[in-house]
Design a protein around this ligand. Structure first.
Ligand code: FE2
Ligand code: FE2
Length: 134
């Protein structure tokens, strides 16, 4: 049990735990935004999110490589889109120091995760269940 709604649960403990952490980090940043944080503090949050996304995608890629997932290219393209959006909005925030960019980033990441996990990650988890006997 991960505490994730059913459609977000993959049944791969390591990846489920990372999704939970990801969502928690976004919620923390959102909550912090409500109390006028300093720019350096926001930069730390954004850097942490960026690194976490990279580490998470690396974990998923390792699973996909290891079990020869056929749609790895399509899945990795999706990951690349998110990383690109994070870099862009992070750059915008650093340049303009505007909280609008941070809220845009939070919204974008939330929407992205809520679409990506049940579509892309779930498909990969199903592939593992059907094709891999450990
Ligand atoms: Fe994921
Ligand atoms: Fe993914």
């Amino acid at each position: 049990m991960t505490g994730l709604p059913k459609q977000f649960e993959l049944g791969i403990n390591e990846i489920d735990a990372q999704h939970v952490e990801f969502i928690k980090m976004l919620r923390e940043l959102k909550a912090r935004m409500g109390s006028s944080p300093r720019q350096e503090e926001i930069c730390v949050y954004l850097e942490r999110l960026n690194n976490y996304a990279k580490a998470h995608f690396k974990t998923e890629k390792e699973y996909m490589d290891r079990f020869k997932y056929p749609d790895i290219a399509g899945h990795l393209t999706e990951h690349a889109h998110l990383l690109q959006a994070i870099e862009q909005l992070e750059g915008k925030y650093t340049a303009e120091n505007s909280s609008v960019a941070v809220y845009a980033l939070i919204d974008f990441m939330e929407t992205w995760l809520l679409e990506h996990i049940p579509m892309y990650d779930k498909k990969f988890a199903e592939y593992l269940r059907e094709n891999v006997i450990e």
